[in-house]
Ligand binder design. Structure first.
Ligand SMILES: NC(=O)C1=CN([C@@H]2O[C@H](COP(=O)(O)OP(=O)(O)OC[C@H]3O[C@@H](n4cnc5c(N)ncnc54)[C@H](O)[C@@H]3O)[C@@H](O)[C@H]2O)C=CC1
Ligand SMILES: O=C(O)[C@H]1O[C@H](OP(=O)(O)OP(=O)(O)OC[C@H]2O[C@@H](n3ccc(=O)[nH]c3=O)[C@H](O)[C@@H]2O)[C@H](O)[C@@H](O)[C@@H]1O
Length: 435
């Protein structure tokens, strides 16, 4: 099929890459000239294992193209995916500025009949708005149909997730649009859920809100376990073996971050407000997560009278492993709090340091290895469970640090291993080990 994808963020790039891998002729359009120039050379601006190879392969075989020019990009395309950002607005609702601009450009340069497919996460009713916006601005006599195809990929494993998704959701109020989209997705060989436009939009928010709720729930169970002498590893295992609960997303930690859960939970609350419907569960999920992000620093301040002048090593800055994305990463609040308390902060992340430098406080010293970060440190804080950080033995902290005290926000180490390691090991929802 002839396909255009608008926006080359995580979602646009992976959508374009995977659809071209299936043999479609795909052109990705982005207004960011630097990004497009980089992509044309087959270099992915996003860090994910295997993504650059996928892009390069399909650029070389002529299935994947990049442009800043809508007219060229839209020419002869039968499917046009919209994958621009929908960030959080000031009042918590989704900001549709990029959607609006994309619609105006599509309407200006569209020259043939198309099905517009919305990949971006958009509030319920937005697909109808997009159709209307494009139709009222069209310069030619063209038929535009609209469908919703929400995205469920996870950063860091997005290409794998696309080819191995649990389901593909396609929604439209137009039978022909549904059929076209079903055909476009047939080669993924995955279960397809067909529904109407509004239900498809709602499935996306309900899924993210549920997963965020599951994380906040296990975090609260972890905090309570710690206070009453239980171990969250055992609690989560025992809960997760019940098929009705499931063991996924029961990893307690310092709260969820990233470009989606924080903004989408706030957006669905805002959708509820517009519909005059309060959602106390989700309001408390947001509050619970905000509190969770501060929990390690609270623990540190309970353990020490003051951390003024103490050397603190922060390991892991990205919001989760295998990505360089710093959006809503817990490291933002943690490093700010440490500096306010007067600590000297060293930080290490295998790939996110360049992005971190753009948003974290400038007093932070970035190091190029774990060893360098923890050398002579009084406290180490672990914020991202990178493989490299999990593989760094506890005994090495003892060797490098002035005082081997670790506050682990991701439960990277087994308690059995901590015992006898010479490290004072604090984690989430588990007893402290004085090894
Ligand atoms: N990042 C993720 O893991 C996931 C994101 N989503 C949703 O997908 C959407 C996109 O997310 P990301 O890829 O993270 O966004 P992003 O903000 O990283 O990238 C958006 C891209 O769109 C481009 N853009 C903005 N306006 C444009 C226009 N008028 N024409 C052409 N290009 C334009 C920007 O230059 C940028 O490259 C959002 O609605 C998000 O909620 C859904 C599932 C997963
Ligand atoms: O809409 C989106 O953007 C995407 O949001 C999440 O994907 P992502 O944000 O990439 O990452 P996750 O792996 O879901 O992790 C999100 C956050 O939750 C935290 N988390 C996750 C799982 C867990 O058990 N515990 C936990 O604290 C992670 O550390 C991370 O900060 C969803 O998993 C995707 O299905 C969805 O498409």
């Amino acid at each position: 099929m002839e396909i255009a994808v608008i926006g080359t963020g995580y979602v646009g790039l992976v959508t374009g890459g995977c659809l071209s891998e299936l043999g479609n002729n795909v052109t990705c359009i982005d207004i960011d000239e630097d990004k497009v120039a980089t992509l044309k050379q087959g270099i992915s601006p996003i860090y994910e294992d295997g993504l650059t190879e996928l892009l390069q392969k399909n650029i070389e075989n002529g299935n994947l193209h990049f442009t800043t020019d809508y007219k060229t990009g839209l020419s002869d395309k039968s499917l046009v995916y919209i994958a621009v950002g929908t960030p959080q607005g000031e009042d918590g609702s989704a900001d549709l500025t990029y959607i609006n601009t994309a619609c105006e450009s599509i309407a200006r340069d569209l020259a043939n009949d198309v099905v517009i497919v919305t990949k971006s996460t958009v509030p319920v009713g937005t697909n109808e708005y997009i159709k209307d916006k494009i139709e009222t601005n069209l310069e030619k006599n063209i038929t535009v149909k609209i469908a919703s195809n929400p995205e469920f990929l996870r950063q860091g494993s997005a290409v794998h997730d696309t080819f191995n998704a649990d389901r593909i959701v396609i929604g439209s109020d137009d039978e022909e649009a549904l059929q076209t989209l079903e055909k476009a997705n047939a080669d993924f060989n995955l279960p397809i859920v067909k529904t109407d436009l509004r239900s498809a939009e709602m499935i996306k928010y309900a899924s993210n809100a549920f997963l965020a709720t599951k994380i906040s729930f296990i975090n609260e169970m972890a905090n309570l376990s710690e206070k009453i002498g239980a171990n969250i590893d055992h609690v989560a295992k025992g809960m997760g073996m019940d098929a009705r609960i499931g063991n996924a997303f029961l990893n307690a930690g310092i709260g969820y971050g990233g470009s989606c859960f924080p903004k989408d939970t706030r957006a669905i609350i805002s959708i509820g407000k517009d519909a005059a419907y309060d959602m106390p569960i989700l309001e408390n999920v947001v509050e619970s997560n905000d509190r969770q992000r501060g929990i390690l620093v609270d623990k540190i301040l309970e353990r020490y009278e003051t951390i003024k002048g103490k050397k603190v090593a922060v390991l892991g800055l990205a919001f989760k492993p295998n990505t360089d994305d710093m959006r809503e990463a817990p490291s933002i609040l943690v490093t700010e709090k440490l500096l306010v308390e007067g600590a000297i902060v060293n930080a290490y992340d295998p790939v996110a340091s360049d992005n971190a430098k753009k948003i974290l406080p400038e007093q932070i010293n970035y190091t190029s290895s774990i060893e360098e970060a923890v050398e002579d440190a009084d406290i180490t804080i672990i914020l991202t469970e990178w493989k490299e950080i999990k593989a760094f033995p506890l005994e090495h902290y003892k060797k490098h640090m002035t005082n081997a005290v670790i506050f682990d926000g991701r439960n990277c180490f087994e308690l059995e291993g901590a015992a006898g390691s010479g490290v004072e090991y604090h984690s989430i929802g588990r007893p402290t080990v004085n090894g």
